[in-house]
Ligand binder design. Structure first.
Ligand code: HEC
Length: 135
C-alpha cells in the first residue's frame, strides 16, 4: 500500500521549489505539504518564528530527484505528525523513506536514519519542531 499517491510530487502544494541538497546526498529536492502542514510550515518561513504547532496528520514531504531540475523522481522522505506521546524523542513525528511509487522502504521511529541528524541540524533557530530552514 503506498503511503502517498504516486503523483504527490506533482499535485501537492509546494512550499519550497527545486534546489540541490547536500544533506540528503541527492541532486534535486523540493518540499510539498498537505493542508494540515501548510500554515505551521510556511508560517515560520522566512522569519523563523513558529506561529502554529503542527496538528496530528500534518505531512511534510520531500520529493528527491536524480537530477538538478527535479524531473526524475527517486523517492520521498516524509515526516507525519502523530498523536502526542507517540515518540517524544522524534517530536511525535513518524519518519518515512518511500520509493518513487510512494511505498515505504523504511517507516516509523527512525532514529539513526533520520532523527539524530534533524535534532542536530534543525534545532532552533535553524528549524521548527525538527523541520529545517531552507538554507
Ligand atoms: C545527514 C542529516 C539528515 C538525515 C540523515 C536526514 N535528514 Fe532530512 N533533512 C536534513 C536537512 C539539513 C534538511 C533541510 C535541508 C534540505 O532540505 O536539504 C532536511 C529536510 C528534510 C525534509 C524537508 C522538510 C524540512 O524542512 O525539514 C524532510 C521531510 C526530511 N528531511 C525527512 C527526513 C527523513 C524521513 C529522513 C530519514 C529517512 C531524513 N530526513 C534524514 C538532514 C537530514
Amino acid at each position: 500500500m503506498p503511503m502517498l499517491p504516486a503523483d504527490a510530487h506533482l499535485t501537492w502544494k509546494q512550499a519550497r521549489a527545486c534546489r540541490s541538497s547536500h544533506e540528503h546526498w541527492l541532486h534535486g529536492v523540493r518540499v510539498v505539504l498537505n493542508d494540515a502542514a501548510w500554515k505551521p510550515y510556511t508560517g515560520w518561513l522566512p522569519y523563523h518564528t513558529a506561529n502554529a504547532p503542527f496538528p496530528v496528520g500534518a505531512m511534510v514531504v520531500k520529493p528527491e530527484y536524480d537530477d538538478e531540475n527535479c524531473k526524475d523522481l527517486l523517492g520521498y522522505t516524509v515526516m507525519r505528525k502523530e498523536a502526542a506521546g507517540y515518540w517524544p524523542a522524534g517530536s511525535d513525528w513518524s519518519w518515512h523513506d518511500l520509493d518513487a511509487k510512494g511505498v515505504a522502504r523504511k517507516s516509523g521511529k527512525l532514529d539513526k536514519a533520520c532523527v539524530n541528524c534533524h535534532v542536530q541540524h534543525c534545532a532552533p533557530p535553524n528549524g521548527f519542531d525538527l523541520t529545517c530552514t531552507p538554507d
